[in-house]
Design a protein around this ligand. Structure first.
Ligand code: PHE
Length: 341
């Protein structure tokens, strides 16, 4: 009899099923009401009394093994079905697109400014954010210990010789003038640093685009015409530009550029503080000494330069009232620009 028990045990252990039908066959044979174990239980009365206990134990173990195996077989069928699903994905299901990030408004403005100037022959140059005194100040006519250096609250990294975070991208223009010969038409966009308290209108890290044009016979009229073209392309044809006299160590004459307030069209509102005008940057004719400092013959060549803040232009363009929004990475703010390219 125990040979019979052993062969049933082996049969259970090695049983395999590949579909529901075979699973059902297993169930009927080992678990169902008239299963094979039931007949073994029925044999019990024919077993000599002294072996009965052991026999009963063996059948009980067999019964237990049959139930455990049944659960395993159910599981193996389920696993097989899910593997099958991976092999044959349902191509009729609707797609689930990945959510894509958008372009940051500052990057969009930067690209737009570059595209406008590229159309009139400007290229793009970049330079280091950690700058030496020569490229950030001295070559640009900031005399040593001159108060003009205090116009830009500098973050110094090292003193004597001075190494600092660049306070403007004019430093890149010096590098271009040192390494290239006129005609030069270049834009230098980039991150700049000034030691300012962070508020809705100021930040210690911001972005500039500066431009430089050097050739024979370049005049202030060229500067004005270039900036008129730029402002109309960026803000629309109705926008007017005005220049106010100003001072920068590296340009002479120097000017501050204003445009008619794009919110009220020049009527006066709280964005333009009821003047009808908003400032967008500085400009001027490159001081001959600055050309000479970089090895360009100032008798033969002249040029103009301009610079503006990308944050400021972006704020005007999209009517953003707080500069801190650009760096907080709040997706509710950023999602409003998801259509920008
Ligand atoms: N470099 C100046 C600044 O950062 C801007 C500027 C550039 C002014 C070129 C005139 C000419 O404030």
């Amino acid at each position: 009899m125990s040979a019979n028990i052993n062969s049933i045990k082996e049969e259970i252990e090695s049983y395999l099923v590949s579909n529901q039908e075979e699973l059902e066959q297993y169930r009927q044979r080992f678990i169902g009401r008239k299963n094979i174990l039931a007949s073994l239980f029925a044999e019990m009365k024919n077993i000599p009394a002294e072996q009965r206990k052991e026999y009963g134990q063996q059948i009980n173990e067999l019964k237990e093994a049959a139930t455990v195996k049944f659960q395993e077989l159910i599981q193996s069928l389920e696993d097989e079905q899910s593997v099958g699903q991976e092999k044959h994905p349902d191509l009729t299901l609707p797609p689930q697109p990945d959510t894509l990030g958008g372009i940051h408004p500052l990057s969009a403005t930067r690209s737009e400014i570059i595209r406008i100037f590229e159309r009139i022959g400007f290229n793009v140059s970049e330079g280091p954010e950690i700058e030496d005194d020569w490229h950030n100040f001295t070559a640009l006519n900031f005399p040593e210990n001159h108060p003009a250096r205090e116009m830009q609250d500098t973050f110094f990294i090292r003193k004597k010789p001075d190494i600092a975070l660049r306070t403007h991208t004019s430093s890149v223009q010096v590098r271009v003038m040192e390494s290239e010969r006129p005609p030069i038409r270049t834009l230098s966009p980039g991150r700049v640093y000034r030691n300012e308290a962070i508020s809705a209108r100021a930040h210690c890290v911001f972005h500039q685009v500066e431009g430089l044009f050097i050739d024979e016979g370049v005049s202030f009229a060229d500067l004005k015409q270039t900036l008129y073209y730029f402002v109309k392309e960026l803000f629309g044809k109705q926008t007017k530009v005005r220049f106010r006299p100003s001072y920068f160590p590296f340009t002479e004459p120097s000017a501050e550029m204003d445009i008619t307030c794009i919110i009220c069209g020049g009527e006066g509102c709280n964005i333009c503080k009821h003047t009808g005008w908003v400032e967008i940057g500085g400009a001027g004719m490159v001081d001959p000494q600055v050309l000479e400092n970089s090895g360009i013959d100032s008798k033969k060549y002249s040029g103009f330069a301009f610079g503006m803040g990308i944050e400021r232009i972006t704020m005007l363009k999209y009517q953003i009232r707080d500069l801190r929004l650009f760096t907080e990475n709040d997706v509710r703010f950023l999602r409003q620009f998801s259509s920008l390219t």
